[in-house]
Design a protein around this ligand. Structure first.
Ligand code: SAM
Ligand code: DTB
Ligand code: SF4
Length: 328
């Protein structure tokens, strides 16, 4: 099996991205077959455990306190709500449960202790537990790992150049620093971006290049299409053309052959045929469940029907590395 390269040049990434689409998808499908059981799709479910009033000004985000989006604000959810949601997700066939909090960064104290407790419980249920809580210190990453955290989501979102036009309250380097801490503590890295925020093709190529030249590739790469939410500065952005999504997915698949490439936000707007092209182009993970964090997602039943028609099957949990506490 070929090695995964982390020394891609910008020119190589650009060349791939700009291939005639059918050629690009064909090459991505070949890489996909070499590195993965085709037809196998990881099913993940999100839960927003703390919603809204976030001090950051991410222009795409309905949870930023800077914009009036009408999102329902909550404190950190209590144990029963989280455990029930995790169980429901597991019963519906999900193998990864991701808890998201609208924080700029984690603060030590009662709330973080509660999150650690929730990580422990969800891990004990046999789910791959993931969190996305904003920036982390070294010690917080260590404590999350100790509690049984499997993966951490922290997106680079776009190119370094365009980042400053989308977020002013933190830097690209802040993101990279947290990612390095997560990696240091041997937590699986989930890192991707958003298309359709007004970035150019050059920015998309730069993002893919940055992801693929990290010292180690992220284990999962979510590719989101912007969900333009009323009240955010990006509310009027037109939808990213589907073919750009397919292009980004296929390029990510070729550049990071072992990664799980996740067809993430925006899937709700895609037809089954469009989703099929994404799976062909190397996407092998989705978010399932009626909601992402605050926005609507595809119906469980529709997803089940799609799996049936396309001959897809859910991937087992912990296929890459099973922690000691989880029986085989
Ligand atoms: N506050 C934490 C952070 O920023 O890392 C965690 C939650 S944040 C909502 C997680 C990710 O959701 C963001 O990095 C962004 O990529 C994605 N996201 C947020 N709003 C989105 C939108 N409207 N459309 C697409 N993706 C979005
Ligand atoms: C990711 O890349 N996409 C997910 C997850 N990681 C946390 C979040 C999408 C959020 C879409 C907007 C919302 O539902 O609030
Ligand atoms: Fe806050 Fe995360 Fe939303 Fe940015 S993306 S406003 S950090 S919740």
């Amino acid at each position: 099996m070929a090695q995964a390269r982390t020394d891609w040049t910008r020119g190589e990434v650009e060349q791939l991205y700009r291939l005639p689409l059918m050629e690009l998808v064909f090459r991505a499908a070949a890489v996909h077959r070499e590195f993965h059981a085709t037809g196998e799709v990881q099913v993940c479910t999100l839960l927003s455990i703390k919603t809204g009033r976030c001090p950051e000004d991410c222009a795409y985000c309905p949870q930023s306190a800077h914009y009036d989006t009408g999102v329902e604000v909550t404190g950190v959810l209590e144990r029963a709500r989280i455990v029930d949601a995790a169980r429901a997700a597991q019963d519906a066939g999900s193998t990864r449960f991701c808890m998201g909090a609208a924080w700029r960064s984690v603060r030590d104290g009662q709330e973080f202790d509660h999150v650690l407790e929730m990580v422990r419980e969800v891990a004990d249920m046999g789910l791959e537990v993931c969190c996305t809580l904003g920036m982390l210190t070294d010690d917080q990453a260590r404590r999350l790992k100790e509690a049984g955290l499997y993966a951490y989501n922290h997106n680079l979102d776009t190119s370094e150049r365009f980042y400053g036009e989308i977020i002013s309250t933190r830097s690209y380097q802040d993101r990279l620093d947290t990612l390095a801490r997560v990696r240091q503590h041997d937590i699986s890295v989930c890192c991707g971006g958003i298309l359709g925020m007004g970035e150019t093709e050059e920015d998309r190529i730069d993002l893919l290049h940055t992801l693929a030249t990290q010292p180690e590739h992220p284990e999962s790469v979510p590719i989101n299409a912007l969900i333009a939410v009323e009240g955010t500065p990006l509310a009027d952005r037109s939808k990213v053309p589907f073919w750009e999504m397919a292009r980004a997915i296929a390029t990510a698949r070729i550049l990071m052959p072992r990664a799980m490439v996740r067809l993430s936000a925006g899937r709700v707007d895609l037809s089954m045929a469009e989703q099929a092209i994404c799976f062909l182009a190397g996407a092998n993970s989705i978010f399932a469940g009626e909601k992402l964090l605050t926005t609507e997602n595809n119906d469980w039943d529709e997803d089940r029907a799609m799996f049936e028609i396309l001959g897809l099957r859910p991937r087992d949990a912990f296929k890459d590395a099973r922690p000691e506490h989880v029986p085989a």
